[in-house]
Every structure is written in C-alpha cells, then in structure tokens.
Ligand binder design. Structure first.
Ligand SMILES: CC(C)(COP(=O)(O)OP(=O)(O)OC[C@H]1O[C@@H](n2cnc3c(N)ncnc32)[C@H](O)[C@@H]1OP(=O)(O)O)[C@@H](O)C(=O)NCCC(=O)NCCS
Length: 182
C-alpha cells in the first residue's frame, strides 16, 4: 500500500509520517502515559529510537499496517498517532492503536482520528472488523473506543504486559463494517 492522507472531522488531517516528526515523537514516547499504556518501544527512547519508530510507520510496503500522524489542518503541530495494524486479509480484520500528545488531550482528537481511519479501513480496504484493546485501568481509552463506535465485547484477563511491566486485564472492543453508524 501507498500511504494516504485523510481529512477527518473537526479540522484534523491524518497524514503520512515524515522524518521532521521525529523530535515530537520523541517527546511523546517519553510521555509517562504513552510509555505506560502504549506498546513498550524502548525503556529509554532517544532520537534514534524515535527515528526508527517514524520510519517503520512511514513504510506501508508490507501491507500489514496503515499508520498516520494526526495534525490540525494548517499547522505543523503533531497532535498524535493513529495506526491500523495486524491487517489480516484472510479474515479481513485489523487492530487499532493510538496516542495523543499531552497538550492536545481532552478535545476529541483521538476519537475523531480513530473514527476516520476506521471508516477508511471499511470503505477503502474492505475490512469487515477492526478491534482494539486497552488496559481496564485506562478509562480515557475506553471512552475513545466508545465514542469511535467500538462496542465493548469483553475482558481479556492478564492479557498484556504494559510499560509498568505488569500483566493487565484488557477490554476488547470491536467495530464491524455492518454496525449502524451512530
Ligand atoms: C487515551 C488518549 C488517546 C485519549 O486521547 P484524547 O484525544 O484526549 O481523547 P478524546 O478527547 O477523544 O476522548 C477522551 C475521553 O476520555 C475521557 N476521559 C479522560 N480521562 C478520563 C478518566 N480518567 N476517566 C474517565 N474518562 C476519562 C474524556 O472525558 C473524554 O470523554 P468525553 O469526550 O466523553 O468527555 C490519550 O489520553 C492518550 O494518549 N493517553 C496516553 C496513551 C494511551 O492511553 N493510549 C491508548 C492506548 S490503548
């Protein structure tokens, strides 16, 4: 796949990752909440780690992920990250992940971006289902899932070792292409 740029609601633009994003990504990877609740990337991220993080997400050639930077239209400020990953063309499903920079939280950025990338995965990739997991102790992420139309489907017990090194219970949320738009 070639990376795409998507226009989302509320003046958000989801665009391919670029090398110029590396310093802002390093700040985000060092944010305590991202380090705790997103997949642990490195215990002590530096510029090389952030550059590798960006390069992997800018390269869609393996067809297994579609990862985009969240920006406000007309500005260069990086607001966050949204990623469709584990794209499985046998079962036509994938998983969704996201973070939002600390200064941009609480104004709907994550839910709007997740909804836009999910809609694209259904209409353009033809996926049937997208699912996401979050730690039960991360209620903000649970709310993002609900607002983006992902139904709570259950709790996976001690299913993922987060950045604190502890195995946490996780909520599984799923959204189907056939779910009614709300
Ligand atoms: C979780 C995260 C992505 C949310 O991003 P965001 O852009 O602030 O999300 P939104 O503004 O779209 O929605 C957040 C919702 O959570 C709610 N919320 C925030 N903190 C909460 C808390 N402690 N308890 C309950 N709800 C909470 C907000 O009120 C909001 O809901 P509302 O719109 O109904 O008021 C962001 O906080 C983040 O990056 N956190 C650290 C990394 C992380 O958790 N990533 C997700 C891993 S699964």
């Amino acid at each position: 796949m070639e990376p795409v740029t998507l226009t989302a609601d509320d003046g958000l633009v989801l665009r391919p990752w670029r090398a110029e994003d590396v310093p802002a990504v390093l700040d985000a990877l060092r944010d305590p909440a991202v380090a705790r609740w997103n997949p642990p990337y490195s215990p002590s991220p530096d510029l090389a780690v952030a550059a590798d993080w960006v390069a992997r997400r800018a390269d869609w050639s393996g067809d297994e992920h579609a990862s985009l930077a969240i920006r406000a239209a007309g500005t260069d400020e990086l607001l966050g990250s949204v990623s469709l990953f584990r794209i499985d063309r046998v079962h036509d499903n994938a998983e969704m992940g996201y973070w939002v920079a600390a200064g941009a939280r609480g104004r709907g950025v994550a839910a709007t971006a997740v909804r836009a990338l999910t809609d694209w995965s259904f209409t353009t990739l033809g996926l049937a289902r997208v699912q996401l997991f979050h730690a039960v102790e991360n209620p903000a992420s649970c709310r993002v899932a609900e607002k983006a139309g992902y139904r709570l489907e259950g709790t996976a017990r001690r299913s993922y070792r987060y950045g604190d090194g502890v195995l946490h219970d996780e909520h599984l949320h799923g959204r189907l292409a056939t779910d009614p738009a709300d």
